[in-house]
Write a protein that binds this ligand. Structure first.
Ligand code: NAD
Length: 480
């Protein structure tokens, strides 16, 4: 699709489009070229104050709570419908500020609409309990919203990740201030336009772009927020939790991962290699639940690595506009970080099978990268690349595979590849991870709860279970 990206984008606060209070702006870069494509208002603490005040006013006005739950659901359906009008522009900005292909940009819109419709449908189905206390007494529970929900999303999938949290918040009666990611902020501004067109009450959804250490820190430490949803790195997550602890407010934490796929000797190696390649090279590995470690039974190790290498080298790497198989990583900073970690792998004695060095061209491109000869204590076996890099470790016994898989600080996702259902069950049972994929990385969807164990965080997004993170139970006991 041909199209022009708007030069300048303002923050969405209290239903209005506003410059930053101090007039500052952030330049947005196309990771496929390194060139600046737009500017956005650089929200700071004054803008966050204004957004939180608007969200508070809206919450206190009970504008959402006075709607029936079904009407709040209808509102989600209407946002989903309005997004159709922005689909072309969203696909375009996702291509230029995030490095996706146009086709994947459209998929982000579809996924976002799916979240909105899923949670819209659940709006009138969140039921409480009646608890029997005996004669003369009635006792029941209701779900009450927290109030103002502060949400921080990362740059890899800002639109669906932001929209699903906003949808959960709104249908349960909370209002939202979302700090959008400074590297890829544009699609969420278009989501805000869809909210405005759909008739979302003013102040119910506020979207402020800003630098993490400025606007993000100002938001999570604000004295008038009631709830936090944070998706991002463990390091930032810890500082967010310190701010939450200061105010004793709850937080849903969706953090990083170093997820292991275990390949047993009886696995279908051709399918497994294809699937594992997709699990790490999709969106250049910039997915928290990417298959970034492969633990392979020694008897099939060499064959699987060869098949994986073939998958890696057949992928075209280049700009989304050329519909290449794999696009850039998000920024110069990420490219430098990932490449430096690859150098560490080589220095640690691992074998670089393919990739590992940036492409000598404009933009931030690192080709699909595979390391073998990796041992569990190496830095590259423990640290998240958040790039298209997979480390392969051999094992001999299932218990050893479990030990290695569970041996990092993370516990986001894990996978098992085998034809033996008993072994698959046994393995899934012992893996410490929020989700386990059997014979297909990323089995699941909008309907399935998603979240981490250990340092990968807590609380769940997606599925019905996510709603429980946005409400607290109020018990009402009555003596008749
Ligand atoms: P990051 O932690 O640097 O940034 C995430 C967000 O936090 C950004 O919007 C950023 O502006 C903001 N931020 C930064 N400093 C802040 C501060 N002091 N206070 C408040 N907010 C602050 O992470 P990133 O590099 O943008 O994203 C990649 C990380 O996110 C990876 O670790 C990845 O695994 C994780 N991630 C997790 C999930 C999940 O659902 N579990 C999904 C996507 C990404």
């Amino acid at each position: 699709m041909a199209g022009q990206i708007r030069d300048y984008w303002r923050n969405f606060i209290d239903g209005k489009w506003l410059d930053a209070a101090d007039g500052r702006r952030i330049a947005v870069t196309d990771p496929a070229t390194g060139g600046v494509i737009a500017e956005v208002a650089r929200g700071g603490s004054a803008d966050i104050d204004q957004a939180v005040a608007a969200a508070r006013r809206c919450f206190d006005s009970r504008a959402l709570l006075e709607m029936t739950p079904a009407a709040r659901g209808e509102l989600m359906f209407e946002i989903a419908r309005r997004l159709d009008d922005f689909a072309d522009e969203i696909a375009l900005v996702e291509m230029h500020d995030n490095g996706k292909t146009l086709a994947n940009g459209y998929k982000e819109v579809e996924l976002t609409q799916r979240y909105l419709r899923y949670y819209g449908g659940l709006a009138d189905k969140l039921e409480g309990r009646q608890i029997p206390l005996g004669d003369g007494l009635v006792d029941y529970t209701v779900h009450m919203p927290y109030g103002v929900s502060a949400q921080i999303v990362p740059w890899n999938g800002p639109l669906p990740v932001g929209a699903r949290s906003i949808a959960c918040a709104l249908i349960t009666g909370n209002t939202v201030v979302l700090k959008s990611p400074e590297d890829s902020p544009l699609s969420l501004f278009l989501f805000a336009e869809a909210c405005a067109k759909a008739g979302v009450p003013e102040g119910a959804v506020n979207i402020v772009c800003g630098i993490g250490a400025e606007a993000g820190a100002a938001l999570v430490s604000h004295s008038d927020i009631d709830h936090i949803v944070f998706t991002g790195s463990v390091a930032t997550g810890k500082s967010v939790l310190r701010a939450a602890a200061e105010r004793v407010i709850p937080a849903v934490m969706e953090l990083g991962g170093k997820s292991a796929g275990i390949v047993y000797a009886d696995a279908d190696l051709e399918r497994t290699a294809r699937n594992a390649a997709r699990g790490i090279f999709h969106h250049s590995g910039q997915i928290c639940s990417a298959a970034s470690r492969l633990l392979v039974h020694r008897s099939v190790h060499d064959e699987l690595v060869e098949r994986l290498r073939a998958e890696a080298v057949r992928r075209s790497v280049g700009p989304g506009i050329e519909s290449c198989d794999m696009g850039p990583v998000i920024s110069q900073r990420q490219l430098d970080r990932i490449e430096a970690l690859c150098d560490t792998g080589v220095a640690e004695g691992a074998t670089l099978v393919t990739g590992g060095h940036r492409l000598e061209r404009a933009g931030f491109f690192l080709p699909p990268t595979i390391f073998t000869g990796v041992s569990p204590d190496m830095q590259i076996a423990n640290e998240e690349f958040f790039g298209p890099v997979v480390v392969v470790l051999p094992f001999d016994e299932p218990e050893e595979a479990i030990r290695i898989a569970n041996g990092t600080d993370y516990g986001l996702a894990a996978g098992v590849f085998t034809r033996d259902l008993r072994l698959a069950h046994w393995t899934a049972d012992r893996l410490v991870a929020g989700q386990v994929y059997v014979n297909d990385w990323w089995v699941g969807g909008v309907e399935t709860p998603f979240g981490g164990a250990k340092r990968s965080g807590y609380g769940r997004e997606k599925g019905q279970e996510a709603l429980l993170g946005y409400v607290q139970t109020k018990n009402i006991g009555i003596r008749l």
